[in-house]
Design a protein around this ligand. Structure first.
Ligand code: ZN
Length: 432
């Protein structure tokens, strides 16, 4: 093992994006080995794209069906066709590290079932993430406003305020009232409600997150109150909004979210590029360059652009080079297209300041999956930096210093780890 490889293995990873279930959800859902390894929208999408019957894929991840051999055999041809994709590699690494599986087969999953119950135990997530994957902490998007302290490890499981419904132009007056006690009847009261949501949840939040590139364009326009008031009234009256109206209201809410995040010193994370799942992506609207007007308008905000904007990595690199307020998060992207990421990291080193790059987020729903994705990130980051050393573009010492920056130090400069942890501990004391 080279010193570089050893260093990357030993350095704890800051994990800036996950959807990992809480301990209570894990205990409740009790996922079996097939759901744990295949569950979610990544490898299941590759399987369908490879030709698997969508119903067989649904059955594959249904733990209530105890015929694990039958569930696997129904998709095994498709698995053969996508085992070498980035998703497949992440899965194989998780299977090996968590279950000791050398290959994915009906026999192997049958044997691995014996370990299922172990993973439903309290603190199993921590053992996987902190000990096995050498992750320092995780940032979780659970698609809600509250950022509650995790009872098992409040310093480890941090979370984001989700702003996606607002950016999609969906104003749920009932939910808002229940959350902050504000009746929304016009833009002024909507503004007050948003201020209330941040006042209540920002201290315990590590960031703000919106994956609206799945549902609308990233193109943003500055909208005046006068343009938006009528649209809001139509929505509150229960009328179906046109697409243009939804963008109008969504752009306004997005801007207020950026302003509030900036006031509360929270980075705002945006999904950019490729969409998980299959058969529905509108790729063009996910282009990072659509964000330029927003980046210009809010120079004091901190924009975290996620997933390497795949396949628009060149655009993302240009944005990160040009805008001091842009940071790039490679979460999930190692498993979309690992060679692309290797190349992206190398181009980055010679193009944009390296303090603005974050290496990892598993973007997974089960902790075991993140074990695989963390190993995958380390494997390909090592490969990228080793190539720099081999071609004498960096010394090994410089490569190790860069690894430390992108794996954990850069994240510390942008996210207020200690402040958030202190607020979470204080909130737990208050609650007890
Ligand atoms: Zn995600």
């Amino acid at each position: 093992m080279t010193d570089l490889e050893h260093h990357i293995r030993q350095t704890p990873l800051a994990d800036t994006h996950e959807h990992i279930s809480s301990a209570a959800e894990v205990a409740d859902k009790s996922p079996d080995v097939l759901q744990t390894l295949f569950g979610g929208t990544y490898i299941t999408a590759d399987l369908v794209v490879a030709g698997a019957d969508p119903q067989a894929v649904e059955r594959l991840v249904d733990s209530s069906d105890h015929d694990v051999r039958g569930r696997f055999n129904a998709i095994s041809d498709a698995w053969q066709h996508c085992q070498h994709t980035g998703y497949g590699e992440g899965l194989r690494l998780a299977a090996k590290l968590v279950y000791g599986m050398e290959e994915i087969s009906a026999e192997a999953v049958e044997t691995a079932r014996a370990r299922d119950a172990e993973l439903w135990q309290p603190r199993a997530r921590l053992r996987l993430l902190r000990e096995m994957a050498n992750i320092e902490y995780v940032q979780i998007d659970d698609a809600t406003w509250p950022c509650k302290a995790d009872p098992e490890a409040p310093e480890f499981f941090l979370s984001d305020i989700s702003w996606v419904s607002f950016v999609n132009g969906q104003i749920d007056a009932e939910a808002i009232h229940a959350e902050v006690g504000v009746d929304v009847y016009d833009l002024e009261s909507l503004r007050e409600a948003m201020t209330g949501i941040f006042a209540k949840h920002a201290p315990c939040a590590i960031g703000v997150k919106s994956p609206h590139a799945y549902t609308r364009t990233l193109r943003w326009k500055d909208r005046s109150d006068a343009d938006v008031e009528g649209v809001l009234q139509r929505q509150l009256a229960g009328h179906e909004l046109t697409d243009d109206d939804r963008l109008c209201l969504g752009d306004w809410c997005w801007a207020r979210g950026i302003e509030l995040a900036t006031q509360h010193n929270l980075p705002f994370k945006h999904h950019t590029g490729y969409c998980a799942g299959h058969s529905e992506m509108v790729l063009e609207r996910t282009r990072p360059a659509h964000l330029c007007p927003l980046l210009v308008k809010y120079p004091q905000a901190q924009f975290v652009l996620m997933h390497c904007g795949y396949p628009y990595g060149g655009e993302l690199l240009a944005l990160a080079k040009h805008f001091p307020n842009v940071f790039i998060d490679l979460c999930w992207a190692w498993s979309i297209d690992p060679f692309n990421l290797c190349d992206f990291v190398r181009r980055w080193i010679h193009t944009a300041p390296v303090n603005k790059l974050f290496a990892f987020g598993g973007d997974a729903c089960w902790a075991a999956q993140s074990v695989g994705y963390a190993a995958q990130c380390r494997r390909w980051l090592t490969r990228a930096l080793q190539a720099e050393v081999d071609e004498r573009l960096l010394s090994e010492k410089q490569a190790m210093e860069l690894a430390t920056l992108v794996m954990r130090e850069n994240q510390r400069d942008v996210f207020d780890l200690e402040g958030t942890r202190a607020a979470l501990h204080a909130s737990m004391k208050e609650a007890s």
